[in-house]
Design a protein around this ligand. Structure first.
Ligand code: SF4
Ligand code: SF4
Length: 384
């Protein structure tokens, strides 16, 4: 396995499962299960034992490996020299398990659906662009930007709503852009995180070939997961594009008054998506948008920016739900943290976070106290 020669260096000090100030447990799988084996250091020792044939692969072992949300809190807080590679080590172990065919059935189903249908929902490819029906959003044909949506924004009802909100805002601001519609393919971020490196490469190469055929140079992504794949992984496969998360396009338009905003009185707290924040360092742009809206009071949760607590949807968990529900599920913990700020709106900038957190609000019966809104929906409200 890749990284095999460094895995024994973890001395299980345990800092990786904490926040930067060592006050709270911030690894979502540890927080949920409270066993050291579900913490990053424990996983390291478990993988090592498996590689050394000291333990057998079992359903429990698979659950432990695949419950990691790849949130990168451990990357931020591990005190050792290999910290940058921690998530890559967990993905490499999953890769080894995929190659040996010993993976949870929910992971196998997810990967199979992407391979067979091109999306996890088993929906027809020609319905990928239906989220834009009824709008005047055009198909990409050499406009300045290609707007890439991803599977959740394309097929999930909540995701589609957010995709339309972003698309309509870009149109209102006069941005020249187009979408791929039924020609769009899965970006593969979760496929890679789940350890199917071969399928990820296939998807990435297909997307890169299409972007190049269409001469797209600048790409706006709806979903931070796609943003991460296109920005971090595609260049290594020959796909060098200028990639933006949609907030990075909206922020300068708002700052330059090209989208003048009216008053919207609300106390808002912002949840950093792991794939926008820790994985790509975009912390301030979404906050700039929110604090530019007259009447908005932006308040922070204790765990914010580098210390944000993951919603539990990363690393494929949004689809596989290996982390599972219950009072200590990451999304329920996160909405309680949001409520503690006194905010009435929990702002997000990721369709996966939106869904995870909305589900948690329902289970916690907080619907009348806290509403999840994507930043694009908040800006839309401030424009009307
Ligand atoms: S902080 Fe680093 S060295 Fe310490 S237990 Fe975690 S992974 Fe191992
Ligand atoms: S990436 Fe996140 S969920 Fe996975 S081990 Fe690290 S802190 Fe825990």
């Amino acid at each position: 396995m890749k990284y095999e020669e460094i895995i024994h260096r973890c001395f299980r000090c345990g800092y990786c499962k904490l926040t930067g100030d060592y006050v709270d447990f911030n690894c979502p799988s540890y927080r949920k299960f409270r066993f050291e084996t579900y913490a990053p250091g424990g996983r390291m020792w478990l993988i090592r034992a498996w590689l050394n044939d000291e333990i057998q692969n079992s359903e429990r072992f698979q659950e432990i490996l695949f419950s990691c949300a790849t949130c990168a809190n451990c990357v931020e807080n591990c005190v050792f020299t290999f910290s940058d590679d921690l998530v890559n080590i967990f993905i490499a172990a999953r890769e080894e398990m995929v190659n040996k065919g010993v993976i949870p059935s929910v992971v196998r189903d997810y990967l199979k659906n992407i391979y067979v249908h091109g999306n996890p929902y088993k929906e027809p490819a020609n319905e990928r662009g239906t989220w834009a029906d009824g709008t005047s959003i055009e198909t990409y044909d050499g406009q300045e930007y290609l707007f890439y949506i991803g599977c959740v924004g394309s097929y999930d009802e909540r995701g589609q709503k957010i995709a339309r909100a972003v698309g309509n805002l870009l149109m209102k601001a006069g941005v020249s852009f187009g979408i791929l519609g039924s020609r769009e393919g899965c970006d593969g971020n979760e496929v890679r995180a789940l350890g199917e490196a071969g399928l990820f490469q296939l998807l990435a190469e297909q997307n890169i070939a299409l972007f190049k055929e269409l001469r797209a140079k600048e790409i706006i992504t709806l979903d931070p997961h796609a943003f991460n794949a296109l920005r971090q992984d595609y260049p290594g496969l020959g796909g060098e594009f200028e990639v933006y998360h949609y907030t990075q396009i909206l922020a300068p338009l708002i700052q330059s008054q090209m989208m003048p905003l009216k008053e919207y009185r609300a106390r808002i707290t912002y949840h950093d998506p792991c794939y926008l924040g820790r994985h790509n360092g975009v912390y301030e742009v979404p906050r700039k948008i929110l604090s530019s809206i007259p009447g908005v009071e932006l308040v922070e949760m204790d765990q914010n920016r580098e210390n944000a607590f993951c919603c539990g949807g990363g690393g494929g968990n949004f689809f596989t739900d290996i982390l599972g529900g219950g009072e200590d599920s990451p999304n329920r913990i996160r909405v309680r943290q949001a409520l503690d700020t006194g905010a009435s709106v929990l702002a997000v900038s990721c369709p996966q976070c939106a869904k995870m957190l909305e589900d948690a609000i329902k289970v916690e019966e907080m619907e009348h106290r806290l509403e999840v809104m994507d930043i694009a929906e908040i800006v839309t409200r401030a424009l009307s």
